[in-house]
Unconditional design. Structure first.
Length: 174
């Protein structure tokens, strides 16, 4: 026992105490490391021995690739929408039908004028003049809501009714 009271003994006891604390700390850290590895396996899945940092980098790369794909898809759809909108603008957006008696006969309004216009008010007006013995079909180009050739009052009325209606509205009968 005398040897423990000497300087060498005190240093040996202190070293033993430090060693014991280090051993306890190593055991605590080993338990925490085991828990961390278990949690890491739960995140990484399976018995894969990858590092969590590598897994996070792969996830980041996957999200980056997905974001790039989404942005490319959006650009593609925006381009296609522009093309589709241009094509739709060229379709019939306004239409109206006017029925009348061209010869003043009481024949049941057999003559018609049909206006078919696109979103920019361009198109055609078709007139079918019906008589007892024959029928004639006339067509005239319409630009910006006006005929390129002189229009009959019924053709003007068909264009006016078409432009007064909602785009792609119902056919108006007079």
């Amino acid at each position: 026992m005398d040897e423990l009271t000497t300087t060498q003994g005190v240093v040996a006891l202190a070293a033993a105490a430090v060693g014991l604390v280090a051993l306890l700390l190593a055991i605590v850290l080993a338990v925490k490391l085991r828990r961390l590895r278990s949690a890491q396996r739960a995140v990484l899945g399976g018995s894969d021995q990858r590092d969590l940092v590598v897994h996070a980098q792969q996830l980041q790369q996957g999200f980056t690739d997905m974001r790039d794909w989404v942005e490319e898809s959006i650009e593609h759809f925006e381009r296609r929408m522009g093309e589709v909108e241009q094509r739709i603008d060229g379709c019939v957006a306004y239409r109206a039908l006017v029925r009348y008696d061209a010869y003043g006969e009481l024949s049941g309004h057999q003559s018609t004028s049909l206006a078919l216009l696109d979103a920019e008010r361009n198109g055609v007006v078709l007139s079918c003049i019906a008589h007892r013995d024959h029928a004639r079909l006339y067509s005239k180009v319409v630009r910006d809501g006006r005929g390129e050739h002189e229009l009959s009052p019924e053709e003007d009325e068909a264009i006016r009714l078409a432009l007064a209606s909602e785009p792609s509205g119902t056919v108006t009968l007079d």
